[in-house]
Design a protein around this ligand. Structure first.
Ligand SMILES: [Zn+2]
Length: 94
């Protein structure tokens, strides 16, 4: 038993702390991918910190669907759009 445990960690040697980290999300990342962020994980007792593992869940988009690395969308176009060689599609910023 520790007689006078540290009040911050209560003798455990580690404390919980909220931190903000910016991580790079690779383009085209999909559900189920685990990203490893080196040395941003839990502290090792007397050792270096472990790696942080981030599980990716891609939120569904209201207008776009994924098919592998393709992005699909359904949009109505007019008959004049079809008959001209060029027409524009509406895209939504997100
Ligand atoms: Zn302490």
């Amino acid at each position: 038993m520790i007689r006078n445990p540290c009040t911050t960690c209560r003798g455990k040697g580690v404390t919980h702390q909220s931190v903000k980290e910016t991580i790079n999300i690779p383009k085209g990342v999909d559900n189920g991918v685990n990203l490893r962020v080196s040395k941003k994980g839990h502290s090792g007792l007397g050792g270096p910190p472990g790696d942080l593992m981030v599980a990716v869940k891609v939120k569904p988009h209201p207008y776009f669907k994924r098919d592998g690395s393709d992005i699909l969308t359904d949009q109505f176009i007019t008959i004049s759009d079809v008959s001209s060689s060029r027409f524009s599609l509406t895209f939504y910023s997100f």
